[in-house]
Design a protein around this ligand. Structure first.
Ligand code: ADP
Length: 258
């Protein structure tokens, strides 16, 4: 209990002159742990009531005979908002998991995973034809399948969400020099230059591209960033307002497996 945490830095001034800086970060680390525990507990506790609430709302919707437009509209609103809260809680739990849990590393068949993700979106949301998948590489990656699924789903989901209903989203898996790359490209609303460095922050939703009109939690790209960091991969974003965006994930070769 009396342990303290020190953060040590060595600053090199040249000519053999070095300065050792030690800072007591015990309180900072303690607060960080408390924040993580708090978010994890609250998210976990909210999960069950939300599921129950959504169940009752669906029952009420089944019973609704459509006699009152106000009632029908209100029930639909309530169900939509409950689903939104469920997404938020799921995203918060995913972030907590990324910060606190060990990875379950296996050899992930990325081409199969991408096919699954694109098919699911296509079938569930009737988007067949909107997603163009190109698998130029059969490379597999050492990693946590659930985490990679979550990151890739977020990128494909965003590309669909932030582009017109009749435009195509291109998903490509290919080798490029010393890396294997997943690229997700859309012809959608795009992101303003000043927003690009901030979109991976938690809860950040760009104003410039009217993204706020689209439902979302602002946590998807924070999840993507964490997942990629845990897989030694880098995220590149190229985007132009009104033209579209290209998100690419670059995996180093030492992550490849057979
Ligand atoms: P959410 O989509 O839930 O708001 P994200 O963390 O996934 O949260 O994205 C953060 C913000 O980045 C979005 O609100 C939006 O402004 C911007 N963004 C993400 N993906 C795209 C995209 N493909 N096209 C345009 N803007 C995007």
């Amino acid at each position: 209990n009396n342990q303290i945490t020190l953060e040590v830095r060595i600053v090199n001034y040249g000519s053999g002159l070095r300065l050792l800086l030690a800072q007591d970060v015990t309180q900072v680390k303690k607060m960080e742990r408390m924040r993580k525990d708090f978010v994890a507990n609250v998210s976990h506790e909210l999960r069950t009531p939300l599921t129950v609430l959504k169940g009752y709302l669906e029952t009420l919707q089944d019973m609704d005979d459509g006699g009152s437009a106000l009632l029908t509209g209100s029930l639909e609103q309530m169900r939509g908002q409950t689903e939104r809260m469920q997404h938020l809680v799921d995203d918060l739990l995913m972030l907590t998991r990324l910060e606190t849990q060990q990875r379950r590393t296996v050899c992930v068949d990325v081409p199969a995973l991408l096919k699954q993700i694109c098919n699911e979106r296509g079938v569930v949301e009737n988007l067949a034809g909107r997603i163009e998948l190109s698998l130029a590489s059969d490379a597999n990656i050492h990693g946590d399948e659930q985490e990679l699924r979550s990151a890739f789903t977020n990128l494909v989901g965003n590309a669909l969400k932030y582009s017109p209903a009749d435009s195509v989203v291109k998903v490509r898996w290919f080798e490029d020099g010393g890396t294997v790359v997943l690229e997700v490209q859309d012809r959608g609303v795009g992101i303003a230059p000043e927003d690009i460095p901030r979109v991976t922050e938690r809860f950040y939703r760009a104003e410039s591209n009217h993204a706020r009109k689209t439902p979302g939690t602002g946590l998807g790209l924070a999840i993507v960033k964490h997942v990629l960091m845990r897989h030694d991969a880098r995220l590149h974003i190229i985007s132009e307002l009104g033209k579209g965006s290209c998100f690419s994930c670059h995996f180093p070769l030492h992550r490849l497996c057979d």
